[in-house]
Design a protein around this ligand. Structure first.
Ligand code: KG4
Ligand code: ZN
Length: 337
């Protein structure tokens, strides 16, 4: 019988310190997430220096908790995987250095994981979803449409040329006075708003263009808001949020569906923090069933940053022979390839 491979995954690229134990790339034995959102909230966004310091304070406890919850100790871990980019360099270095040190101390292989590949691999957790599929990754730092040909084999079909989808949610939420992180706040308040009140512009909607641009939309929302404020009009924030959200969801869903048609692939999936958006899920489910696509979502907890997705990506890298040297450095602007 094939031996099980246990991977300890570590994620510290932004404001979550997370560690997880995953068996054979799919079975999550533990997934501990310490979120710093409450600390950064008062600054209206993530403060890199504060994030690094908090990762340093948390990492030891988070890793120990992940091992305890999985009822194993380090001797049972076969591979250590940690995110090495993209992300905040000081934050990345904490998890990366910790992971490399653990692997060195135990004499086991170390795998550096691309964070975007981690988000894609969240689709493999606790289930049997497999490539090939087309994946939309929409998070605070990234918006990509990727053709996942096989485990670890990607073709990027489109990416954002400016703001990521989550970044647009966060910036618009800030302009509307909704606080950080903006995505969940806009999601919630939009339920009370009229999504047809404002017709904001959409970018790159021509056929077979899978790139995104959200900065024009963000500016249009902010300009409209200023105009109405100057006129002294009655402003309903919920209408702004709902109109903005519908615009982003329309763009993301139509590009994902068009990309799947373009590649003639009938499986689609979404990942990243924005994948928890309720309108996005609702609309994509409807479109997928109308168009006959099989749609897969990672569980909500695997959509935002977590160690389990890193462990899964690390596992598939490891079994295909991709092991990293202990001289691997953090790469803040790492691309998918
Ligand atoms: O994947 P993630 O945890 O971190 C990055 O890798 O960036 O994504 C965080 C992003 C934030 O911009 C947050 O506002 C957004 O995901 N987000 C949402 C929702 N929940 C989180 N955006 C829209 N609707 C949501 N429900
Ligand atoms: Zn992320």
């Amino acid at each position: 019988m094939k031996k099980d491979i246990i991977v300890l995954g570590i994620e510290t690229s932004c404001d979550e310190t997370s560690a997880s134990v995953v068996k054979n790339g799919k079975t999550v034995m533990s997934n501990v997430i310490y979120s710093q959102i409450d600390i950064h909230k008062k600054f209206g966004g993530v403060v890199p220096e504060i994030a690094s310091r908090n990762h340093i304070e948390a990492i030891g406890k988070v890793v120990k908790e992940a091992l305890d919850e999985a009822s194993i100790n380090l001797d049972k871990v076969d591979v250590v995987a940690a995110t090495y980019g993209p992300g905040l360099v000081g934050a990345l270095l904490v998890g990366l250095s910790y992971g490399k040190a653990l692997a060195y101390g135990k004499g086991i292989p170390f795998v550096g994981v691309n964070h975007i590949e981690g988000h894609i691999s969240a689709n493999y957790l606790d289930g049997d979803f497999e490539p090939p599929f087309i994946c939309l990754i929409a998070s605070g730092g990234h918006s990509h449409i990727v053709f996942v040909k096989d485990y670890g084999e990607y073709e990027v079909l489109g990416r954002t040329v400016d703001d990521a989808a989550g970044e647009a949610f966060d910036k618009v939420a800030r302009a509307l006075g909704l606080g950080y992180p903006g995505g969940p706040k806009i999601d919630e308040i939009s339920k009370k708003g009229d999504p047809y009140k404002y017709n904001f512009p959409k970018s790159f909607m021509e056929k077979d263009n899978f790139d995104f641009s959200f900065s024009g939309l963000k500016t249009a929302v902010i300009n409209q808001l200023h105009k109405e404020k100057q006129k002294g009009s009655q402003i309903d924030i919920a209408d702004y949020a709902a109109s903005f959200q519908m615009n982003v969801v329309d763009v993301l869903t139509s590009k994902l569906i068009e990309a799947a048609k373009y590649k003639n692939i009938n499986k689609i999936s979404i990942a990243g923090g924005v994948a928890s958006n309720s309108l996005l899920r609702e609309k994509l489910s409807r479109l997928a069933s109308e168009e006959g696509f099989m749609l897969h979502y990672p569980k909500q907890i695997y959509c935002t940053d977590n160690g389990a997705m890193i462990a899964s990506a690390g596992y598939f890298d490891y079994i295909s022979g991709k092991v990293s040297g202990l001289d691997l450095n953090a790469i803040p602007y790492l691309k998918l390839f």
